[in-house]
Design a protein around this ligand. Structure first.
Ligand SMILES: *[C@@H]1O[C@H](CO)[C@@H](O)[C@H](O)[C@H]1NC(C)=O
Ligand SMILES: *[C@@H]1O[C@H](CO)[C@@H](O)[C@H](O)[C@H]1NC(C)=O
Length: 296
């Protein structure tokens, strides 16, 4: 009966979290960690003794109780604790993995099985919860209610749940520029490339800052072997300025570093070089990069 009630309770909070989806993702008390593209908050007041209350505390903040979703994500916690001025002497924290439903299998708070090994599986008792050792990252089955004298701090995690406004595969979101990018390896001439991006709800990429240039070079193009791609600028009038597909002169975009000024009609970006922009004849068939703006 108790298990059944807690199952209902979990279901109920599941629904309320839908309503609180649009909370401010950039709460001051959360720390953004680039490597995992998520926000974390240490609840290190040592009052956490009951797994359910830690789960609810995170849910109240529109976040979720942390558990390592990716290998080595636990090191985030270790690092954050190191930066604390007065870290209490705590070795293990509650994480979002449990067998509260008594099904005999540990599942994450998102309902998925966990592939990480969990020690002490033979721990018995009604409902079991998992703790993480912040020095070693080892996961261990434990009671959901900490023994007297033992405190179990916890960590809430918020993932920015932005998705690209398309069902086309291959668009990846980058929070730094609030854009989605897709590299298309099919070689086409410039106008066909533009048309393809447009049909997908986007346009050929327009590089608008140094930061964006470095993201494109270091992250977007990383897994591709081409070194030149159609991009979203072109001469509309022969022998005049380049215009972007957003309607501005290229010189107004905030980025105008040329690989070489060969002065052809259609714009490209080139990988493996500090200066990203160049130009080619418009009928040249090349892979291309589409972008899509995301309003958040
Ligand atoms: C921290 O706690 C452990 C046992 O939980 C103990 O062995 C250790 O001495 C404590 N360290 C400090 C600095 O209090
Ligand atoms: C681009 O390719 C399309 C289809 O292959 C073709 O119809 C069009 O004429 C080409 N445009 C240029 C400028 O080469």
């Amino acid at each position: 009966m108790i298990l059944f009630q807690s199952a209902l309770k979990l279901l109920a909070v599941g629904f309320s979290s839908v309503a609180s989806r649009h909370v401010n993702f950039y709460r001051k008390d959360y720390t953004y960690v680039d490597d995992f593209d998520a926000f974390y908050k240490l609840h290190w007041d040592t009052s956490g003794t009951d797994w359910s209350s830690t789960f609810l505390a995170c849910d109240d903040e529109g976040a979720e109780l942390f558990y390592p979703k990716i290998r080595d994500e636990w090191t985030v916690i270790k690092k954050l604790v190191k930066t604390m001025a007065h870290a209490p002497n705590v070795s293990d924290i509650f994480v979002g993995i449990h067998d509260k439903f008594g099904v005999g299998e540990f599942i994450t708070i998102n309902g998925s099985p966990t592939s990480a090994p969990i020690l002490n599986l033979e721990t018995s008792g009604e409902g079991r919860c998992v703790t993480l050792n912040i020095e070693t990252g080892v996961l261990e089955a434990n009671e959901c209610l900490a023994q007297p004298g033992i405190s179990r701090p916890f960590v809430c995690k918020k993932v920015e749940d932005v998705s690209c406004p398309t069902i086309e595969k291959g668009y990846r979101y980058f929070r730094e520029t609030r854009k989605c990018y897709k590299v298309n390896n099919k070689e086409m001439n410039w106008s066909r490339a533009m048309e393809t991006c447009f049909m997908e709800g986007g346009m050929l990429v327009v590089v608008e800052s140094e930061l964006e240039a470095s993201i494109i070079r270091q992250k977007v193009l990383l897994d591709y072997n081409n070194n030149i791609y159609h991009a979203g600028f072109k001469k509309i009038f022969p022998n005049k300025e380049y215009y972007t597909v957003k309607g501005h002169q290229l010189s107004d975009t905030g980025y105008e570093r040329w690989y070489s000024s060969n002065n052809e009609e259609c714009g490209v970006i080139r990988d493996g070089n500090n200066d990203l922009l160049s130009s080619v004849k418009c009928d040249k068939k090349l892979p291309f990069v589409c972008e899509m703006n995301v309003s958040v």
